[in-house]
Design a protein around this ligand. Structure first.
Ligand SMILES: Cc1ncc(COP(=O)(O)O)c(C=O)c1O
Ligand SMILES: N[C@@H](CCOP(=O)(O)O)C(=O)O
Length: 465
């Protein structure tokens, strides 16, 4: 399996190189040259199998012969042994045809753990095989950072630098990043928002001299391996609801478009997905884009679902590439429009293709709070504000026959203030992380200036060219 860049100007890479590269050298994002196919018969065969077995069946199509089967199996087993629920991603029924897919049973209580625990092991494996080290840089609006720090903490071959927007993550998210205590982990608060942090990460990748000097690698969903690992739970949940002999719909709280793009990939691979619904908070660039055909940035507003306070939705570039029939020149032109004027128009045929695959909706903060309160009152189920965004939008986009699964992307205890203000209940952290808020914090505070951030990383990174 070869991986190609959305911008068409970087060499195609095998799985291991794409994994370590993160972002392609032309600034594009890697995806597989062709979509692997699972027949109905093969999907049926996965019924009753464990999460780990389904993960192997799906992921081995992407890793091919670059990761031996035994090694992949052990990495999958180790990664999901860190989860606190035997099903890894259990499905909970909250209405006659409505389900919540709980993706928050990992070590940092968010869906990011599902991919990150595997990604860390895959990177370690490839680096060890090559006798190399890497410097991992990530941007976070709160959850990716904690998950990456947990998954990479103490690993010999990697140093991890996580940029987070100062004062804009929840107290639990901040502590998960700042209390690790491991020497290879660096939490860096940046005066700015998530988009500033993500811009810095992309700029570091595009600075070839810097990239090579510290052997840069990335763990945001720009890295194909993140998306790949997230495809698995679309299969496990749809199969448990009757796929491939029944279509299933999904609503996904969306920011960087990685999680829902994984759903699109599952569909391309043969999973019968009916609707894929994008749910946004007040930062509704994706909902506006589907409505108007114009992708246009507006200033980010702070909401009660801070992890989705994003305007530049990185993985939308992967969808554009697909919708333009994999025409990388059209993607390059859209991305240069975005850089120059903060906007681009989607050509009519591509827009039609996107609208065929996706629906979209927005939930205001008031609607999110009301959804948390009403869902608790009616079903006894406590939602976090990101999942509540999904549940609200799902309720407007459900389609009679197919079950609607909303992805529960975070545990309510990560957003205690918002949940308490919505319904009066203060969600407690699980007892195994009860001391989180009393651990000592360590982090650095930097301005959003490329050279200053690069200098900081060069000074602390152990990987050198
Ligand atoms: C809790 C939570 N929900 C939803 C999202 C959106 O996911 P994505 O960026 O993959 O669209 C994020 C992060 O982006 C998140 O942390
Ligand atoms: N919500 C994310 C933002 C980064 O998304 P990623 O999936 O590209 O890593 C976060 O919590 O950091």
């Amino acid at each position: 399996m070869q991986y190609i860049s959305t911008r068409g100007d970087a060499p195609a890479l095998g799985f291991r190189d794409a994994l370590l590269a993160g972002l392609a050298r032309d600034g594009g994002l890697y995806l597989p040259e062709t979509w692997p196919q699972l027949s109905k018969k093969e999907i049926r065969h996965l019924r009753g199998k464990s999460y780990q077995d389904v993960a192997f069946a799906v992921l081995s199509h992407f890793t091919g012969d670059e990761i031996p089967a035994d090694a992949l199996k052990s990495m999958i087993d180790e990664a999901y042994a860190t989860f606190r629920h035997p099903a890894i991603a259990p499905l909970v029924q909250v209405g006659p045809n409505d389900y919540v897919l709980e993706l928050f049973h990992g070590t940092t209580l968010a869906f990011k753990d599902v991919a990150m625990q595997l990604l860390a092991r895959l990177m370690d494996y490839v680096l060890a095989e090559r006798g190399e080290r890497a410097t991992i840089v990530g941007a976070t609006s709160g959850d990716t950072g904690g998950a990456a720090i947990d998954a990479f903490a103490g690993r010999e071959r990697t140093d991890v630098f996580i940029l987070f927007p100062h004062g804009k993550v929840s107290p639990v998210q901040q502590r998960q990043m700042t209390t690790s205590g491991h020497a290879n982990v660096h939490a860096v608060a940046v005066h700015g928002n998530f988009d500033d942090c993500q811009d810095l990460v992309k700029a570091m990748f595009n600075d070839v001299a810097f990239r090579e000097s510290v052997k840069l690698s990335g763990v945001n969903s720009i890295n194909w391996a993140r998306i790949m690992a997230q495809v698995v739970y679309y299969f496990t949940s749809a199969i448990s609801l009757g796929a491939p002999d029944r279509k299933v719909s999904f609503t996904v709280p969306t920011g960087n478009f990685g999680d829902i793009f994984a759903g699109y990939v599952a569909k391309r691979m043969g999973l019968p997905i009916d609707r894929l619904v994008i749910a946004t908070n007040d930062n509704d660039i994706l909902a506006r884009t589907l409505k108007t055909g114009r992708y246009e940035m507006k200033p980010v507003v702070a909401t009660t679902s801070p992890s989705m306070d994003i305007q530049i939705s990185s993985n939308f570039e992967r969808l554009l590439f697909e919708s333009y029939g994999r025409d990388s020149a059209a993607v390059r032109s859209a991305m240069s429009g975005l850089r120059q004027s903060g906007a681009f128009e989607i050509q009519p045929e591509a827009l039609k293709a996107i609208r065929r695959e996706f629906k979209a909706g927005r939930a205001t903060q008031k609607q999110v709070a009301e959804t948390i309160r009403a869902t608790l009152a009616e079903t006894g189920y406590l939602l976090d504000p990101h999942t509540a965004t999904g549940i609200f939008v799902a309720s407007k986009n459900a389609k009679g026959t197919s079950p609607m699964v909303t992805l529960a992307t975070a545990h309510p205890a990560k957003f205690q203030a918002a949940v308490e203000s919505a319904c009066g209940i203060h969600p407690a952290l699980p007892s195994w992380m009860g001391d989180l808020m009393s651990r000592e914090e360590h982090f650095d505070l930097l301005e959003p200036e490329l050279k200053a951030v690069e200098a900081f990383i060069s000074q602390h990174a152990r990987a050198k060219a």
